[in-house]
Structures are given as C-alpha cells and as structure tokens.
Design a protein around this ligand. Structure first.
Ligand code: XIL
Length: 340
C-alpha cells in the first residue's frame, strides 16, 4: 500500500513540487509523487514574481507543466498563491495610484484564475495577511487598497473561477491571537456575502510546538466558521529554532549562531524516533477530525529538497519530511502508515 491509497478515505495527501521535481518527471521522484500523493501544490511557480514577471507578461510555462502533471496522475491540484506580499513581482511596487493598483491586482487574479479554470481545484487566494497579534499585516495591498482588498480578492477569484475552492492561508495559525484575527477576518469577508471555502494552516511546525491541544483547538475553531480546513505546508523541523534566541527578531543574524546545525553528519536515531512519534501524534489528530479536514500537504517530498535547509538560516541540514536524501521512506512515513 502507498500513502495515497492508505489515506484515500480520509483526506487528500499532498506535496509541494518545485521546478526541479517537475522537470525530472520521469525519475524516481515522479514515481514517488504519483504513487504516494493524491494532491500537489505549486511550491514557487505560481507566485507572482514567477508567473507574472512584468505587468503585461505572463510566464505560464512551469505552471502549465505542473497542472499537466496533476492531470496525468489524477490529482487534486492546488494553486499557490494569488495575493502575497512576498515573492511579489516588482512591478506591483511601481504603481503609485491606488485605483490603478487595485485594477492591476484584479487583473492579476482574474487572468491567472481564469486561465486555470477547471484545472486548478483550489487556490490560496490570499497568503499571510496577518501579524502575530492578529492584526492585519501592513503589506502593499493593505497600504494601497485598505482592508477591502481581502474581500475584493476573494470576490475577483470567484468571478474568474467559481468552481475552485478559495482559501485563506497563513503560518502560526495555531497561535491563539493570530487565530482570533484569522477568524475575525474570514468572518468579515463571509458577512459581506463573499465566499471563502477554506482556511489553510501552513504547518511549519517543530518537534515540541505547537502543542496537540493548540492544533486541535484551531481545527475546531476554523471549521466552526463553516469552512474547510487544510494543513497546507506541513514539515516538522528537528533543528533549534533561531527565533527562540534572545533578541532574534532584532538581529536576525543567525548565520554565525553556535549550535544551530547539530545534525550535519546525520540524524541520531533518538531524534528520528522523536520525529516519527511527532508525525504519528499529528496524524492521529488529523484522522480524528477527518470530517473537517480536506487536505494535508507536505512542503516537499524529500529532506534534501526542503526549504528548511535554507530557512531561517542558510546552509543547515534539516530532516523535516517523509523521505530521506536518498528518496527512501523514513520512520516518520512508517508511523503514519501504521495508523491506517
Ligand atoms: C517557500 C519555498 O518553499 C521556497 O522554495 C522559496 O524560496 C520561498 O518560499 N510560506 C509560504 C510558502 O506560503 O510559499 C513558502 O515557500 C514557505 C512559507
């Protein structure tokens, strides 16, 4: 049995794919992707800087290949992301006039969503609009368009493709203050008669945090809004979290910090077991709430390709995913298979 088959009756099991993985589409990687996963997310190629590099130029080449791969393996295909302040195409920042900025944003959303109408099953319409205290992030979208940009973005996406599920997606969504902010924000959009189909909790988690209680409470609170809940970017870092360092947010100069890359020569068995147990606990919880969860997507296939080797410190050796650097399934894989 594969992961995809094992979880078929529960929720979609997805992975993020980057350009490299798609271009090697006849490799071992492609075989793993097709067999083990039932959903894919575009890790980078649908972000505005890649798909819409100039105001009047789109680059759909990689995104088309991504969508084609999903069709080939009969997968649920998720688009990431229409409105995001990061990896934002530079031309957005050159527009002075706010009405013109709003028009350009509308066109950006509609051009992309309508191009993939019927091919993209769900979209992250807005990504990371919130601060940790639950207030709205002071992004270029907020500055230019005011808080209406949120409802507008969802409205425009629905106008372009009313069949796709439309998501709000963010990290640290288990943090109580941010959770309250997300709930208020989504409620506000729904109250305007604009549809939001789901909330994505990114799931960039650690061995000990967030707690299972916080994760469970978040799943319950979000789904109480009447929307679907997805775990959208799951990976569990086994490395020390530099944000825990004293003064981290002030300096952000982690590169020279001592002890930040402890497993560069391999992961000790004890930590391998800890990771497997953490995944087992998390997935037990997901299965308990499978009626509320639409999809659980890992942020990559193998440890060697994970963004966590480069974030928030460059050049570390992390082990956050289900497959190791030789594309072999890890103890974490076995532990979530054993639940089914
Ligand atoms: C990351 C990708 O994994 C990296 O390859 C890229 O260099 C930066 O972005 N939140 C998101 C994702 O919504 O788009 C980010 O993906 C990780 C954090």
């Amino acid at each position: 049995k594969t992961l995809r088959q094992a979880y078929q009756d529960a929720f979609y099991i997805g992975t993020a794919l980057n350009r490299f993985q798609i271009e090697e589409s006849d490799s071992v990687m492609a075989e793993i992707v097709g067999k083990e996963f039932s959903s894919i997310t575009a890790e980078n190629m649908m972000k505005s800087m890649h798909i819409h590099p100039k105001r009047d130029t789109f680059n759909f080449e990689m995104a088309d290949k991504f969508v084609a791969l999903g069709e080939k393996y009969d997968m649920f295909v998720h688009g990431h992301t229409l409105v995001w302040h990061s990896q934002l195409s530079p031309w957005f920042g050159t527009i002075e006039d706010s009405l013109e900025f709003a028009d350009a944003t509308e066109k950006h959303i509609k051009d992309i969503a309508s191009k993939y109408k019927g091919k993209i099953d769900s979209w992250d319409v807005v990504n990371e609009a919130l601060n940790e205290d639950g207030s709205l992030r002071n992004s270029i979208f907020l500055q230019k368009m005011g808080e209406d940009y949120l409802a507008s973005a969802f409205k425009w996406a629905a106008e372009a493709d009313n069949g796709a599920d439309l998501y709000y997606n963010d990290y640290n969504m288990t943090n109580p203050e941010k959770r309250q902010g997300a709930i208020a924000m989504v409620k506000n959009i729904l109250d305007q008669g604009v549809k939001v189909d789901g909330i994505g909790m990114q799931g960039h988690w650690h061995l000990n945090s967030p707690s299972l209680e916080e994760i469970e409470q978040s799943i319950l609170d979000y789904s109480a809004l009447g929307v679907k809940v997805a775990i959208t970017e799951l990976d569990v870092s086994v490395l020390p979290n530099p944000w825990d360092l004293e003064g981290a947010e002030i300096s952000q100069n982690f590169e020279n910090s001592e002890g930040m890359n402890p497993y560069k020569d391999g992961l000790p068995d004890s930590i391998q077991v800890k990771l497997a147990n953490r995944y087992k606990d998390i997935f037990s919880l997901f299965l308990k709430h499978k009626d509320k969860i639409s999809r659980v997507t890992f942020w990559g296939v193998s440890d060697g390709q994970s963004w966590l080797n480069g974030f928030p410190i460059r050049g570390r050796t992390n082990y956050p995913l289900l497959f190791d650097r030789d594309l072999k399934p890890k103890a974490a894989y076995d532990s979530i298979m054993a639940l089914k």
